[in-house]
Design a protein around this ligand. Sequence first.
Ligand code: ZN
Length: 318
Amino acid sequence: MANYTQLNERIFVIDTHDLGREARTGSYIIKDEKITIVETSASPSIPFILEGLKELEIDKNDVEFIIVTHIHLDHAGGAGLLLEHCPNAKLVVHPKGARHLADPSRLIAGARAVYGESFDALFDPILPIAKEKLIVKNDQEVLAIGPNCTLVFLDTPGHANHHFSIYDPVSNGIFTGDTIGIYYHELAKDGIDLFLPSTSPNQFRPDKMITSVEKIKALDVSAVYFGHYGMSTNVKEVFTQLKHWLPIFVNAGKQSFEETPNASPTQHKDTIRDILFKKVSSYLDEREIPRNHEVYEIIGLDLDICAMGIVDYMNKTK
Ligand SMILES: [Zn+2]
């Protein structure tokens, strides 16, 4: 089976199998004059990218740009390793992310603290990137990758402060990382589009997320390329659901902190996760998705992490 899916004339997605899961993370390949990759996922995902490039008959030496939407490890952890395989490529990153790619010691320490003994299997190695390989793009800055294609970078915080989104004028599409949520691709075959916000720790800010959503919405794009996972052309629904779910996520945090002000962070996290799980599952019940559907496993994991980010946000704002 091919490692990649063709999305339109010149954009392909390679399944990078983050956490060993299918359709969890993807790397986008833009086959323009200058071959450009968007997102790398973590280092264990790099073999999938290399295999996909081979299938697409792209020489690794011809890759010119590797762009990461933000520096969370499931998007950028493998960037240093991929650069070793693509020696002529430059790495394009948000101004707030660059120094952590040059010196990943804080990223490594943070991931070790969270993942403990699983760190090696999930993320190793996280390699530093030489400063001269890094290109920083501020809000509204551009990158020409072909005679007809100049990508535009938009500062889009909310999920993380080191997050930008990348507008592609040729497909009138945008690579949004985690800014405007997660697309639950597992439900596509059931004819259901589910988009939930990604509120993971520890820079989640709902107000910034809404500003970023509005900024992206104003572009009137025809396609959204999600970090997790794949492309949606049901663009109106993406924004509608984000605006539907985001207040529900924040209110779950408010409810927990109001009703049990003395609870521990873990207790708050569990309460918030359970509230959200109920809301999402009743939404899916109404759409006749059975409770044993494979999507529930990943929703369970995501809501747990989202709940952690909401606890962090509540603690910072109370
Ligand atoms: Zn992510």
